[in-house]
Write a protein that binds this ligand. Structure first.
Ligand SMILES: Cc1cc2nc3c(=O)[nH]c(=O)nc-3n(C[C@H](O)[C@H](O)[C@H](O)COP(=O)(O)O)c2cc1C
Length: 217
């Protein structure tokens, strides 16, 4: 990762204009993993926030891409079946993982293991999608498998309750909704979230959700 952390957070007008805040929008800036947030309530589901790691991975400046659908990363060699997988997950508002060829701004290709997950608002309506991108080096096909095994191992360290909470987070539910669904207090859910972040060695929800999706939770 390069550049100061403070330049990693790229808020845009629509959020400010609609007075929207969501912890995930702040938390992605602290992630070492390339991460984006899109707004499916705007036409064509544009990116509304990206972090420094995403700019470093793709070579784009934030001004080039905020407001655009993330399909600009696609190109001639992108596997249409994988794109279809992403399209379906978006329309079904479900988390998914896909691996496809993407292109940086300078036209070079990279293999991208993309994770997508929905985030619902307090009324259960889709509010955002989080996406995170991990480059799979061409020379080493097993990286994705290793990451998946690591994710399975990490999730294996969680208590059944923590696993349940992580699974609901990956499905897009907020703390309040999770508390309601599991008949727990919000405080208890928050405590479990904190503990599970620690066990997963992460400090933010986007990375924890990626681990959950990689582990197939
Ligand atoms: C949050 C988010 C992140 C995404 N990240 C990527 C990505 O890194 N690479 C990619 O090829 N597509 C990505 N997509 C998928 C494309 O934006 C697009 O939805 C998909 O290619 C389906 O294309 P279509 O809308 O043209 O059918 C992402 C979508 C969302 C909502």
């Amino acid at each position: 990762m390069s550049g100061p952390i403070s330049s990693a957070w790229v808020p845009t007008e629509p959020i400010a204009a609609r007075g929207k805040r969501h912890p995930v929008l702040d938390s992605i800036r602290h992630s070492p993993i390339a991460t984006v947030v899109s707004d499916p309530n705007q036409p064509d589901n544009p990116l509304i926030a990206v972090n420094r790691a995403f700019l470093d991975l793709t070579g784009y400046d934030a001004v080039d891409i905020i407001g655009r659908n993330c399909r600009f990363l696609r190109g001639a060699d992108t596997d249409t079946a994988q794109t279809e997988k992403l399209r379906r997950a978006i329309s079904e508002q479900k988390p998914t993982l896909a691996e496809l060829v993407n292109y940086r701004k300078d036209g070079t290709k990279f293999r991208n293991a993309v994770m997508l997950a929905p985030l619902f608002d307090a009324d259960g309506r889709i509010e955002f999608f989080i996406g995170s991108q991990v480059e799979i080096p061409r020379a080493d096909d097993s990286i994705a498998a290793i990451r998946q095994q690591q994710a399975v191992d990490l999730v294996g360290t969680l208590s059944p309750r923590q696993r349940e909470i992580l699974q609901l987070m990956a499905q897009g539910y907020r703390t309040k909704q999770i508390a309601y669904m599991l008949t727990l207090s919000e405080k208890t859910v928050q405590m479990h979230r904190m503990l599970l972040f620690r066990k997963l060695s992460t400090s933010n929800a986007a990375d924890a959700v990626r681990i959950a999706v990689e582990a197939g939770l």
